[in-house]
Design a protein around this ligand. Structure first.
Ligand code: PMP
Length: 321
């Protein structure tokens, strides 16, 4: 189950209305369009602190900001800064707050007009908040997941790939049902009955030494961790990676299943719908992918350093430039 969150420190410095302010001062009006109609687009970026290198690495931050800007375009929200400028602001926030721990960055862009009425205009705003962050799921020996009765939101209703705030009601309903049914995380099916993903993470299945994951056309969020894992599995483990629709009952007979996500990381699933997955324990391929993912994102694999945006290293470069 996901950890209960504690209230963040109100003195943390955040990026709000194009300046650095204390979290306690970063507030919106009760009439804000996004609050009433869900017209925001958000992101989630992790940073891992690697003790040995005394470095905080923002993981695939450029990719996240490119996705954010693209998704904002779906809702016609304008974020003026470039992806690399946004990475700089995020690294700056980490330094201003003196973070020497794992962190999670939450960029959010939204329709900011203060009035009644759904029509969208061009009053857009955005913010970036960075907070210290641990594991999303507290269950490290493997998750119990359950298929929920809610279906994954359809692309032609609200595009699930766009990380739109309002679309997350879908994930909230699914998570609530899963928890009440005694599961740690939900598994969504599409309206056509295929496996889509978790409430906040993508899904992979191992069957006959192949890594199988639903295609991007099955209403999933096109996860950056999903792409990372696909690349690592192919290059490092020489596994065949297949994108195809998955039937629900395949989950009951496959060898291994795991979730991926920025917050979720690589999260093994040991039980689905009260049935054990494989031997009911963390499988060997999941375990290897979990380790590879941790090494690559903590700057311990030189071949993947281009994925990482060093927070303190970039400060040194700036000073000497
Ligand atoms: N699916 C959903 C619904 C999500 O909210 C997330 C988290 N962003 C993911 C999948 C995983 O995406 P990523 O690996 O880019 O974090």
């Amino acid at each position: 189950m996901a950890r209960a969150s504690t209230m963040p420190d109100p003195n943390i410095i955040v990026w709000f209305q194009n300046r650095f302010v204390r979290l306690a001062e970063a507030n919106v009006n009760i009439l804000t369009h996004a609050l009433h109609y869900g017209t925001g687009v958000f992101e989630g970026i992790r940073g891992y602190y690697e003790d040995k290198q005394r470095e905080l690495f923002l993981v695939r931050a450029l990719d996240h900001y490119e996705r954010w800007k693209q998704n904002c375009g779906i809702l016609r929200i304008h974020v003026p800064a470039s992806p690399s400028e946004l990475c700089d602001i995020t690294a700056d926030l980490c330094r201003k707050n003196g973070f020497h721990s794992d962190v999670y960055a939450r960029p959010i862009a939204y329709k900011s007009s203060e009035r009644i009425g759904v029509h969208a205009d061009d009053n857009d705003a955005h913010a970036i908040i960075v907070l210290p962050f641990g594991h999303y799921f507290s269950e490290k020996r493997g998750l119990k997941a359950g298929v929920v009765s809610w279906r994954r939101v359809e692309d032609n209703a609200i595009p699930g790939r766009a990380k739109i705030c309002g679309a997350y009601v879908n994930s909230v309903l699914a998570t609530d049902e899963a928890h009440r049914n005694g599961h740690d995380e939900a598994i969504f099916l599409t309206e056509s009955g295929h496996v889509a993903e978790g409430a906040t993470c993508n899904l992979f299945m191992v069957r006959n030494h192949k890594l199988i994951t639903p295609p991007v056309t099955d209403n999933i969020l096109e996860g950056i961790t999903r792409a990372t894992v696909m690349e690592l599995a192919g290059k490092e483990l020489h596994l065949e990676v297949v994108e195809r629709s998955i039937d629900r009952s395949e989950l009951y007979g496959c060898d291994e299943v795991f979730f991926t996500g920025t917050a979720a990381e690589v999260a093994p699933i040991v039980e689905i719908d009260h049935r054990p997955v494989g031997k009911g324990e963390i499988g060997p391929i999941t375990d290897k992918i979990d380790r590879l993912y941790a090494d690559a994102t903590h700057g311990r694999m030189p071949g993947y350093k281009e994925w990482l945006w060093p927070v303190y290293g970039s400060a040194i470069i700036e000073k000497t430039a």
